[in-house]
Design a binder for this molecule. Structure first.
Ligand code: PLP
Length: 379
């Protein structure tokens, strides 16, 4: 099956009891057994729920994996993965990172003795010296948030194999429509389903997708033991969302290209970060490992004044000022004071996160209206 067909059909089947074409919301905590231990694989909804099973199977299919595991949020899915590690284990991570991930690593798991190093992985040849005998996991986000740096997943997979550690890729920004890390050699894919996958800004959820059965079993153990599982209503919403993932992503990419070109030509804009621009540093790798460049981008203003950025942020009418991304509606945000506020300023500036940096999640509205909105706000 090709992508668009999988988005609609993978993991789902008409409900056996009624023929309902849409997977029912199995709003139940428990399941009646015929005799002790005599049941159809469902005992308690923290462990298994049929709506969640359908979603997990659909996600596995979209990422060309074998096993999907859903968690209550994207953060809970990362939390579940790191719980496979032990005190003293080391994680090598990208430095241009989702702020919540940085916080989880440094404020929660570092306290339990897991060690983290954050480096720029966009130059693959400089990564290996940071791998130590204690390194158990390479954590990669690509394209990165919010600077849209591109990391060579295949090159990281070679390093992970050579040093006997796992490679996990946060694929939230690309979605499986644009990029399939497992095909490039990654061991795990993580998604904040909250974003492009669900796509309608109405649900928060996360997932891990793997090929390896033993790894899936260890993760399922954490998923059930820690218990951060999503409810069936939310699983239904994500299942519904992914049925149009391919259609939405096409439009996100088209609109992304139009908005990026507009910004680049604007006299008040300094730099535009979007991997689709042919002269952007990650373009060559992005072209190789992605099928399109998506609707996420950032830009800075000439002079780099926080006040100028604030003026733009409060002047748009269509672009709504909000956290999050990947929904049908366009959003605008200010990483330094919003998503990345938990990263100290010094650390932020060191990693190129300027005060005037503005992040856009370009939605699927009519592109000309989006351009007009930005033109007015920048004017
Ligand atoms: C939003 C996001 C997360 C966290 O997911 P939640 O669903 O908000 O918990 C992780 N990584 C990236 C890249 C994100 O955008």
């Amino acid at each position: 099956m090709r992508f668009g067909t999988k988005a609609i059909h993978a993991g789902v089947a008409p409900d056996p009891s009624t023929g309902a074409i849409m997977t029912p919301i199995y709003q139940t905590s428990t399941y009646v057994q015929r005799g002790p231990g005599d049941h159809d694989g469902y005992e308690y909804s923290r462990t298994h729920n049929p709506t969640r099973t359908a979603l997990q199977n659909a996600l596995a299919a979209l990422e060309n994996g074998a096993h999907g595991l859903c968690f209550a949020t994207g953060m809970a899915s990362i939390d579940g993965l790191i719980k496979l590690l032990k005190p003293g284990d080391h994680v090598l991570s990208t430095n241009d990172l989702y702020g919540g991930t940085y916080r989880l690593f440094t404020r929660i798991f570092q306290e339990f003795g897991v060690k983290f190093t954050f480096i720029d992985m966009s130059d693959a040849s400089r990564v290996e010296p940071h791998i130590t005998p204690a390194t158990k996991l390479l954590w990669v986000e690509t394209p990165t948030n919010p600077l849209l740096r591109v990391i060579d997943i295949s090159a990281m997979a070679v390093l992970a194999k050579r040093h006997n550690c796992l490679l996990a890729v946060d694929n939230t920004f690309a979605s499986p429509y644009l990029q399939n890390p497992l095909d490039l050699g990654a061991d795990l894919v993580m998604h904040s389903l909250t974003k492009y996958m669900a796509g309608h800004s109405d649900v928060v959820m996360g997932a891990l997708i793997v090929k390896d059965a033993e790894l899936a079993e260890r993760l399922a153990y954490v998923q059930n033991s820690s218990g951060a599982t999503p409810g069936p209503m939310d699983c239904f919403l994500v299942l519904r969302g992914i049925k149009t993932l391919h259609l939405r992503m096409q439009r996100h990419c088209e609109n992304g290209a139009i908005v990026a070109e507009f910004l680049r030509a604007h006299p008040k804009v300094d730099r535009v970060y979007w991997p689709g621009l042919v002269d952007s540093p990650g373009h060559a790798i992005a072209k190789r490992q992605m099928r399109g460049f998506g609707g996420m981008m950032s830009f800075t203003l000439k002079g780099d004044h926080m006040q100028d950025a604030m003026r733009v942020l409060s002047s748009t009418e269509l672009f709504a000022l909000a956290e999050s991304l990947g929904g049908v509606e366009s959003l605008i945000g200010h990483p330094a004071s919003m998503t990345h506020a938990s990263i100290p300023r010094e650390e932020r500036m060191k990693n190129g996160l300027a005060d005037s940096l503005i992040r856009l999640s370009v939605g699927v509205e009519d592109a000309q209206d989006l351009v007009d909105d930005l033109k007015a706000a920048l004017g």
